[in-house]
Design a binder for this molecule. Sequence first.
Ligand code: ANZ
Ligand code: ZN
Length: 865
Amino acid sequence: MTSYDVTAIEKRWQDRWAERRAHEAAVQPGRPKYYCLEMLPYPSGRIHMGHVRNYAIGDVMARFQRMRGRNVLHPIGWDSFGLPAENAAIAHGVQPLDWTEENIARMRAQFRRLGFSYAWEREIAAHRPEYYRWNQWLFLRMLERDLIYRARRAVNWCDTCRTVLANEQAEGGTCWRCGNAVRMRSLPQWFARITRYGEELAAALEALPGWPEKVLTIQRNWIGRSVGAEVRFAVLEPRLEIPIFTTRIDTIFGCTFLVLAPEHPRLAELIEGSRAAAEVRTFCEEHRQRTTAERELSIAEKVGCFTGRHAVNPFSGEAVPIWVANFAVADYGTGALMAVPAHDERDHEFARTYGLPIRQVIEPLEGSCDVETAAFTADGILMGSGPFTGLGSAAGRERMTRHADATGFGAERTLFRLKDWGISRQRYWGTPIPIIHCDGCGAVPVPDHELPVRLPEGIPITGKGGSPLESVTAFVEVPCPRCGTPARRDTDTMDTFIDSSWYYFRYCDPHNTELPFGPEANHWFPVDLYVGGVEHAALHLIYTRFFTKVLADLGLIAVREPVTRHLSQGMVVDWSYRCPEHGYLAAEKRAGDWKVHPDQARCGFCDGLLEVKKEKMSKSKYNTVDPDYLLDRYGADTTRLFALFAAPPEKDMDWSDAGIEGCDRFLARVRRLADRLAAVRPAAATGQPPGPAAVELRRKIHDTIRRVTLDIEERLHLNTPVAAIMELVNLLQATSTTLATEAGGTPATGLEAAVHEGLGALALLLSPFAPHLASEMWERLGRDGDAAAQPWPGWDETLLARAQATVVIQVNGKLRARVEIPAGSTESEVVAAARREANVAAHLEGKRVVKTIHIPDKLLNLVVA
Ligand code: ANZ
Ligand code: ZN
């Protein structure tokens, strides 16, 4: 390979793969399948390093699994509806459609240049009618099953984006897109009844062993399942009942007041005629406007107002005052709570502020507490609780709930923090909602045969007023499908998270004109590996699990969980330079020796010292690296290799110029090595056993194959295999020197054969990472076919003859066993060996391993919960 024109060679292989349709997929009954998926990108126009990393990880897995003999589906598409296209239209007067299609064309070309092995014939894009028509079809099917409904609801509203936001998009009271404050506004909206699946969405999380614990925790918190009881308190005057929700019914004898949310529906009735009525109304006026999200933040000061009314605690018969306060949330539980200042921090703070009594009813299991100074919030033993005194908290909850149920003033109840999903958006660039509003008939579904309801093109988009669709008369004014009188189309579009909730089912059958997808999807599902960023843990990954359950109930798919293994990859970070005065600075605005001595970086405007930090690559921080630049300068193989080698996939990846140079030099060494040794062929058999050099090289070859295979397949580690391949290259290089020095004399017996074997293995092992070089090398070595289409190499255990190592096995840090195991065993091998030890098994029984700490050949610590 003396001449190696990276650009030309990479292009040649890409063209060949495309010509051979090497990465297209078809159902092959009986052959094991592998569905390898990365989250579909938003077509912003240019890929960034985060994309390169995300898609390189997926591509290695797809290529690896293909070579492992699996029938691989590795598709790609575009999440092409959404706000940026509309904003570009407002800013530059371009049409969202043109902007989007151009961006897709550009990014598609970049993906091709990176050598990603996609089944391009299955490409989809959310903004094309042949795709979004099925959003509309699914909307109508869900409407029929009462999974979609219309309600006037106070919604999170962003004035800047002029749109409704889901609760998850308004976390912390700010818009997830623009960061501005969100306010509440009442609008008629379409909602998806995700809460119907709350129980299943929560329960199924416990059976997803292939998902990272971090993502599961985020989902558990979003779903927020809490088991407790509803208890009704009778108001003394007027005669009405206030139900409360509590997770700590065991503390009910310590309840010293009730708290209602300012928006509580029975409040007006309650205070009617009370002396405090006027004061309460003023208080509520002041505290009603705030957003739910804001009030949920416990940082807000707790303020309240006494209603002048009292209610009776059904357990103790005691009358307690009723308050209105800002920390009670209207749309959680019953909008009312019983306050137990001795055992709840919020209630404690409030009681201290307003001089309300604090009564202890739970004793700590060990030690003592002083509830006057701080709430004691843990479980303990009930005290001062009538007939329940002396019970443990858990038993108390059970017995008291049963008592409430039997006596008829309460019952067990499970609540979810999860809210129904508001899917209407007052935007243009999205899927039109297939509904026509008629004065006589109400909201009438567009008949299936009229789908898709097409988004009108070429309309002016100004960013002012409501939805741009409202002004398109030809779109809006239509006859009612039911009675034929003039009616109006719904002018909202769907939240784009609908598009991404089911797109990967469509990949299985992308050209179906009868259904969103046919039974082929059952061949490919569930997705074997789903790669994407952790920022999608709450929104996309919950919506898509919800949609899967709906699709299953519609009879379209046989699985109820879409993804077996989920890899949540880390960010790409690099140094950012910020002047407190002048903000983030681009390279040309920095002064001093900032590349070599970041601590001496100065501002080019004011000469002040800069704050230097590693931060997520972002244009606004001037710390991005343009993949096109890398492709021009180093080519795809080096760029991919660096994105994979720099860090384990789930960790943040530190950008470094030296790192990419290192990868480039490594691949150059591989090329030179292959050139130098391409002609080496196994020598004629001499009948002698192989010499020590050959034995050593073969052991290394087979050990490398083993490490690379297990690291990729079991651990999903892609950096350590590259390191292993580098070691093999080192040894091959050293061996080539031996060969050269002994040339003409008696070559070490069997060494040529070993070198020949080593080069072949090297090409195959490199193929998922640096596919162009690997295929080129394979060809120049004179081997048959394309490296990328070869079976993955196996290893010969007998050649490894590894030394034994003694590994200490701990459970929660305590020594439980010692196992003898071949040196260099992988984590999963050690875990398997450890589980075979009776003493370890006993300590794991009925527990879940939440973390494993593995020091190769020395120690394994299993942390259980
Ligand atoms: C009495 C009590 C005593 C409570 C105690 C806690 C500790 P999660 O776990 O999030 O479900 N609560 C009930 N409804 C509320 C509302 N609408 N707004 C604000 N808070 C509300 O929280 C359940 C607990 O939050 C309930 O249990 C209730 O306070 C409060 F030592 O009842 B608890
Ligand atoms: Zn906004």
